[in-house]
Design a protein. Structure first.
Length: 167
């Protein structure tokens, strides 16, 4: 039987991008990296680094769009405006820290500046929310690394796979 596709929401957090002052290359990069036989992008928005607005969008994607996966990019650094992890954790029911840990661990093999991303990963209802850093390069490195394990996690979250074959 053919597996159904995971619904995905993409949110780019960038003050410049939301004002139209810089083309968003990172949101489209996420879409390009997701295999379209398994993932269907149902929403893509660019928002400023504003915590209430980010929380509202994450809730909409989880509660109304019923996305299995929400991928954010940007707003994970140390700038005072960077609040993506705080918004993510504020709307979460459960933490899923291993994904953010894995991204940082792998990314540290590429650049020591990976330690400057405060990205979080968490679950709201049946939606997994994963923060990725802002640059298209960081998006590519991070998402490529986690992609092979994401499907199994999403199947368990959606109740479609209870078996954890060791891989
Ligand atoms: N969405 C994006 N699209 C294209 N390039 C990006 C994007 N986000 C970040 N970058 C690149 O990464 C660099 C560092 O990102 P950072 O999040 O610090 O951006 P910023 O321009 O300081 O802030 P903001 O994007 O919130 O206005 C940027 O200067 C840009 O080159
Ligand atoms: N894989 C990877 N992770 C990375 C980077 C990168 O180039 N590759 N850049 C780092 C840098 S320089 C910063 S400041 C933080 C935060 O980025 P953000 O504020 O755009 O989310 O992500 C880090 N994580």
């Amino acid at each position: 039987m053919e597996k159904r596709k995971y619904k995905v929401g993409i949110v780019t957090l960038s003050d410049k991008g939301s004002r139209g002052e810089r083309e968003d290359l990172s949101g489209p990069k996420i879409q390009e990296l997701l295999p379209d036989d398994r993932y269907e992008v149902v929403s893509y928005r660019i928002l400023p680094d504003d915590q209430p607005a980010i929380e509202k969008e994450l809730c909409r994607l989880a509660d109304e769009e019923h996305c299995a996966l929400v991928l954010t990019t940007g707003g994970t650094g140390f700038s005072v405006r960077d609040v993506t992890p705080e918004a993510t954790l504020a709307v979460a029911d459960r933490v899923a820290p291993g994904i953010a840990e894995a991204i940082r661990a792998y990314s540290l093999t590429i650049t020591p500046r990976a330690m400057l991303s405060r990205a979080a990963s968490a679950i709201r209802k049946q939606t997994l929310i994963v923060n990725l850093p802002g640059s298209p390069k960081a998006v590519e490195e991070s998402l490529t690394y986690i992609l092979s394990s994401l499907g199994h996690g999403l199947d368990i979250l959606l109740g479609e796979d209870g078996e954890c074959a060791r891989k």
